[in-house]
Design a protein around this ligand. Structure first.
Ligand code: ADP
Length: 211
């Protein structure tokens, strides 16, 4: 669905349908002294944007949805796969020192820890690595699996999940990112990374579409 600013003619069509619906395209065209063909793109836009609905052999009717409902409808249709990023993973046996280097080099705030077949076993955030650095341990020999948040306590999502639902989970759990996983029987294979930045991007695109 797209959110649009209606032009004068489209507003007129909405008014006609609001008062006379259900009404055929032919009858709307008559009221505006236009041909059915001229109206077709406007009717397509209004239907796609959710202002009008069309029933075969009945005609167009007004959905009664407010702009806010239309915006929320469109947000609820965005899925994780449209905005997910490439995951940055480290093996469960790498050192905390190497994980810190990876985090800087890859410029991410969350690393996913995997075993040797890309199966999710842990999550490392910036603060997890900072906390480990405060101790007296040798970071080059301390393996990440000692300090990571581990399964089954990891929050994850799947590629067809709704961005809005995942956003609510990030807020509720007070975390910055979730791995996008593919289920492999009992195991979860890491296929993506979904972060607060991805959600911000989705929001910006949505507003941009509206302009
Ligand atoms: P930071 O700690 O850098 O502010 P987060 O808020 O994302 O970053 O992480 C807070 C804590 O939650 C950390 O201990 C981290 O290991 C854990 N965490 C982060 N992401 C997840 C996740 N997807 N599932 C479970 N725990 C997570």
């Amino acid at each position: 669905m797209i959110i649009i600013e209606l032009n004068k003619r489209q507003e007129k069509i909405v008014e006609i349908v609001k008062e006379n619906g259900p009404i055929t395209g032919e009858h709307i065209a008559d009221q505006l002294n236009l041909t059915r063909a001229t109206l077709r793109p406007d009717l397509a836009i209004l239907t796609m944007a959710g202002y009008l609905d069309a029933r075969p052999r009945v005609g167009y009717y007004y959905t009664g949805k407010t702009s806010l409902q239309l915006v929320s409808d469109s947000i609820k249709k965005i899925t994780v796969k449209e905005y997910q990023s490439i995951p940055v993973v480290v093996d469960k046996n790498v050192s905390v020192y190497d994980a810190i280097c990876t985090m800087f080099l890859e410029d991410v705030g969350t690393l996913f820890v995997v075993d040797n077949s890309s199966i999710l076993v842990g999550v490392l955030s910036r603060k997890d690595l900072l906390r480990a650095s405060l101790g007296k341990q040798d970071l080059t020999t301390l393996p990440v699996n000692i300090i990571m948040t581990r399964m089954p306590n990891i929050t994850f999502c799947e590629k067809d999940d709704n961005v809005y639902e995942v956003a609510k989970i990030l807020i509720e759990k007070q975390i910055d990112a979730v791995p996008v996983v593919k289920r492999n029987g009992e195991q979860l294979e890491v296929i993506g990374r979904f972060t607060k930045t991805n959600i911000t991007k989705a929001l910006v695109d949505l507003i941009h579409e509206d302009m």
